[in-house]
Each structure stands twice: as C-alpha cells, then as structure tokens.
Write a protein that binds this ligand. Structure first.
Ligand code: P6P
Length: 341
C-alpha cells in the first residue's frame, strides 16, 4: 500500500539540501505541524466541543476574541515553547513578545503567527486558518525583544499556513517553491497532494471587500471599476468576484486557480491612523513569501511587501497579491496616479 510523501518526509528531505543542517529546523516544523493538527481537531469539533462563540476578551487589535482564538494561541505556545528550537514567539493574540518559560532551552529561530485567522467566520462554519512565519534569531540573542522580530519578509526562513476547510491542508515554502499537503484523517498525517503549486500569471477573478469601495484611493477604484465594466470596458473581458473574509481561504484559492486578493489602504483605515487592515509580520509577509515562491507578486500598491522594513510587531499594511499580471496592473495604476498627482 502506497501512502505517498508525508510532510515529515518532505521536511527531512528539504533539510538534506543544507550540509550544515542540525535537524533543528526539521523538528521545529514538525512541532508546528502538530499544533495545526490539534487546532484542526478543535475547529472540526466546533460547537460539539463547546469551543465556539466569544471569549468575552479583546486582543491587542481591539478585536473581540473567539474562544478558539484563545485556544489556538495557547496550543501554539504549548506545542512550541519547550522544544529548544525557538528563542521567542510572537502572536496576533498577544501584545508583547512571548518570552519562553526560563526552564526551557533557547534555540536559533523566532516564530510569529496568527493562530486562527478569519475567526469571525468560525461560528458560521466558514473556512479559517493558521498563518506562520519563521525567522532566524539574531546571533547571540537569548532573550529576544520586539526589535529582533522586526525583520523584512525577505529574511523569512519558512512561511506556511494551515487551512481548516472541507479538508485540512498545510501549504509551505522554505524558498524552494510551494508544496501543499492534505491531512489524511485515517492515519493522522499530512500527505503531499499539491507539489509545486504555481499561480497562473493571468486571472479573471478578484477578491476584495467591496463595501469599502467609497473609501478607496483612486487607483484601486479605477482597477475595480474596469473589472466591473468587464467586456464593455478597457479590459474587454468579464470578471468574477470572491470574498471569503478569511485570508487563508482566499489566498489558497488563488494558489490553486489564480486570482488577485486586495485589502488596500482606504480613508476609513487612514482615519484610524493605521497603515492598513492586515498585519505585516504574521499575515502579509508569510503569504507574500508563499505567493512569490508560487510565481505571483505581492505589493502594497507602491512597493514589494517583502522588502518593507517593519517598525512595530503588529504593524498593518495594504496588501495586493496574486496573479502577477493583475498585481502588476494595479501597481502600474498606483504609479501613474503618483506621477500625475
Ligand atoms: P473584512 C480576518 O479577520 C482578516 O484578518 C483576513 O483573514 C481577511 O482577509 C480580512 O480580515 C477580512 O476583513 O473587513 O472583510 O472583515
């Protein structure tokens, strides 16, 4: 009986690319996989396990936390804090950097994550996910501070997400392409099902929260209006729209069949003094690494997201990512607008 390539086998074979590999990274990635399996189990049991609904607490973002937000965050900490592979962790759900309990050894990596992205969908049984990014801990640092996490996305060692959907999947990149794994519930292992994922350069499908249209900047309005006019306008073709309001689900669709995902800057966000809606370190950067490794582009509209120098742990940023020809068009519209301003 052939069980296919397990995620464990994939990770170990990836490690063999590096002659100086110690097995540290392999073990770290396996710990993250375990955390995602446990979260998947909690999500799949939902109301049966009494884990739906609000936790009646707020996170650093000022958002009401779902019970599963808190549970998922605690699971990630519990599965990773003792291993000796990490020097510290940071999470959307925690204001400060998580310093490891002093009894645990320190390792060479930093882990930053959104333990349950899209959790506003959890109570209505729409797909949610976990997003994570692995950075190197600066040499000789044993008690990292926020400043040690403020590395541009180009410094990521690994990025991935788990999608808790009709199937539970994990999608990973370590800088050598993108691979997708599906959880085989019968053996409790992720198996390679989507090797070498690539985003088509062109698409006729866009993903954006249209209710914000009146707040967008002119180049974004121009792009979407052209898509809406379709074949009767300058694009000459009709477009389709999808918006799950779970970044992991929207990005996964784009990885599978192309598309462009946009959460642009808008006047409402600007009035709040924020740099965007989505968070740079644990949403935009890991998804941008994955998208670029799959042949797509990821931009703020004005610059490549992976090159942005973070200034704060929970910094927000505009995100336009997906099929490279469409992202390129949106960037061109922003450039033209700046040149004619
Ligand atoms: P809106 C989920 O809260 C999230 O961070 C992303 O997963 C998602 O793409 C976006 O926010 C949805 O935002 O304004 O449409 O609810």
């Amino acid at each position: 009986m052939h069980i296919g390539t397990s995620i464990t086998q994939y990770i170990i074979e990836e490690e063999r690319r590096y002659s100086d590999a110690t097995g540290d990274f392999t073990s770290l990635l396996n710990d993250i996989v375990i955390a995602c399996k446990v979260i998947s189990n909690a999500v799949n049991h939902g109301r049966l396990a009494g884990v739906l609904g609000s936790a009646d607490t707020e996170n650093v973002q000022g958002e009401t936390q779902k019970k599963l937000d808190v549970i998922s965050n605690e699971l990630f900490l519990e599965c990773n804090e003792w291993t000796g592979h990490l020097a510290a962790m940071a999470s959307e759900e925690m204001e400060e950097v998580y310093q490891l309990p002093e009894q645990y050894p320190r390792g060479r990596y930093l882990l930053v994550f959104d333990p349950l992205d899209g959790s506003s969908n959890i109570d209505v049984n729409i797909s949610v996910g976990t997003i994570f990014s692995i950075l190197r801990c600066p040499q000789g640092t044993t008690d990292p501070t926020e400043a040690d996490f403020l590395q541009p996305g180009t410094q990521q060692v690994c990025a991935g997400y788990a999608l808790y959907g009709s199937a539970t999947m994990m999608v990973l990149t370590t800088g050598h392409g993108v691979n997708g794994f599906t959880l085989d519930q019968s053996i409790g292992e992720f198996t390679l099902t989507h090797p070498g994922m690539e985003i088509p350069a062109d698409t006729r499908e866009f993903a954006i929260n249209m209710s914000n249209m009146r707040f967008w900047e002119p180049p974004m309005k121009r792009y979407i209006e052209e898509c809406l006019v379709g074949r009767d306008g300058p694009r000459g073709v009709d477009f389709n729209m999808r918006w799950v309001a779970s970044m992991v689900a929207d990005v996964h669709r784009i990885l599978c069949r192309g598309g462009i995902f946009m959460y642009p800057m808008d006047a409402k966000i600007e009035a709040k003094g924020q740099g965007g809606k989505l968070r740079l370190l644990y949403e935009a950067n890991p998804m941008s690494f994955i998208v670029e490794q799959a042949g797509g582009l990821s931009s703020t509209g004005r610059r490549r997201i992976l090159e942005v120098q973070p200034e704060a742990l929970h910094q927000r940023i505009p995100v336009i990512l997906g099929s490279r020809h469409e992202v390129g068009r949106v960037v061109d519209y922003h450039t033209e607008a700046a040149e004619t301003a």
